[in-house]
Ligand binder design. Sequence first.
Ligand SMILES: Nc1ncnc2c1ncn2[C@@H]1O[C@H](COP(=O)(O)OP(=O)(O)OP(=O)(O)O)[C@@H](O)[C@H]1O
Ligand SMILES: [Mg+2]
Length: 519
Amino acid sequence: MATVLEMWSNLGSAMAGLMFAWAMFKQYFPPQLRRHIEAYVHKAVGYVYPFIHIKFPEFAGERLERCEAYSAIQNYLSASSTAKAKRLKAESVKDSQSLVLSMDDNEEVVDEFEGVKLRWSSCLIVSEKSPFSFYNSSNHRRFYSLTFHRSHRDLITGSYIKHVLVKGKAVAANNRQRKLFTNNPGSGWHYYKATKWSHATFKHPSTFDTLAMEPSKKREIMNDLLKFKRGKEYYERIGKAWKRGYLLYGPPGTGKSTMIAAMANFLNYDVYDLELTTVKDNSELRNLLIETSEKAIIVIEDIDCSLDLTGQRKTKKQEKEDDEEKEDPVKKLAKGGEETKGSKVTLSGLLNFIDGLWSACGGERIIVFTTNFMEKLDPALIRRGRMDKHIEMSYCCFEGFKVLARNYLGVESHPLFATVRQLLEETNMTPADVAENLMPKSDEEDEDACLEGLIKALEKAKEDARKKSEEEEEEAAAAAAAAAAKATAAGAMAEKEGQQKSSEGNQENGGSGCGKEVK
Ligand SMILES: Nc1ncnc2c1ncn2[C@@H]1O[C@H](COP(=O)(O)OP(=O)(O)OP(=O)(O)O)[C@@H](O)[C@H]1O
Ligand SMILES: [Mg+2]
């Protein structure tokens, strides 16, 4: 005990001596000489001092922007700071879902990388306010300082710093508040408000767990998305832009939009909902693309209705109608007026948007088209390489129903499931309709009532489909009978004409000479 006390008192007097010497040094040595001496002292210390410091300032550059590296380090250290540091600081960071906890000024934490220990300190320097400064607070300069032994220089400068930045960015991405963007109409861009996209916080509850779909198909899509997300190096190696196109097709209410939300939640990406009809032309489309962020899903819903992208040439009649509309404004208004005017986006513009040179800027993007009528689309638009994966969203299967029953009623099994299974095999019902039938409409409605309601609806759908097909059969039979009758009548007529002609021929041969018209 005595030795510890002795040590502290020795240290105290040594410190006091040093501070006295420093004060004398500052007072009696002119600044220029002082700088020289300081430089030599640093050099001399460098020979015996075995540690290296790296400084990461909070603000840098001419415009003093916040350094990306500083934010990444702050995020990287947040986990170890929360566990180890005694004084913490809580900040709400832009676009972050929750508060970011980091160590307070002048705190330290120790980190370990490949068996090497390193020390991170958060430092704050407060200097006098410059008389020319526009800011009225004194100058605060914050930075992180990394200290390590010089024998690990290569490891730290080579791999560790890269590791910290990658991990820190990943933490920020996980904590990021995701957004749903939609494009502003071209005419709405002003010189003072050049925003091409408006956004809201993206909060859609759909996930792959709640999506009604055949499990093997669902797994296949999830694997595909994961492979894409982790494929940065792979895409670089094969020389392909880091993006992937999905085409979702199927009848209304089969979950195409729901699937997009599930994809965004699964990948933790932003969603850009692109309304093509309000995009003025191809160059505006390109500008919109440039302004999307990384980690984005760009969606064009109902692509078949967005523009005339069928790639088919207009018929003469359509061309004539269009010319008439141009000349007659009344006709144009009757056809939908202002709305139909505008977008000059062409098929080739859209193809360039998907896989032209500009589409490779930024990377990590998914493009999704949805349509109810796949056959209406130009094959060039949906060929593999542009729309890499075609996903059919179809009517509800029994596995899909089980997901919906679990979501909507909280039941995993029920005696009525067998009947539902049978009926789903015999008739088509969209997941949207199944979901609507499963949803309790009042507090009194329990799972039995909802399942019975669904069974009734399925039976009705089956009956309707049967009647419809009977009607169609009858119509087809009637059409066939009418066609047959027409053919018989035409045959009879032709036979009659033939007979008349031959009798006229006979008369001519008989020398009558009067060419009588046959009616
Ligand atoms: N596969 C599904 N899984 C879970 N819920 C679904 C599914 N399909 C539809 N639904 C439910 O039905 C509603 C409508 O579905 P959604 O909007 O995704 O259909 P859609 O295929 O995009 O239709 P449209 O072609 O008309 O745009 C959703 O809000 C969701 O509640
Ligand atoms: Mg939809």
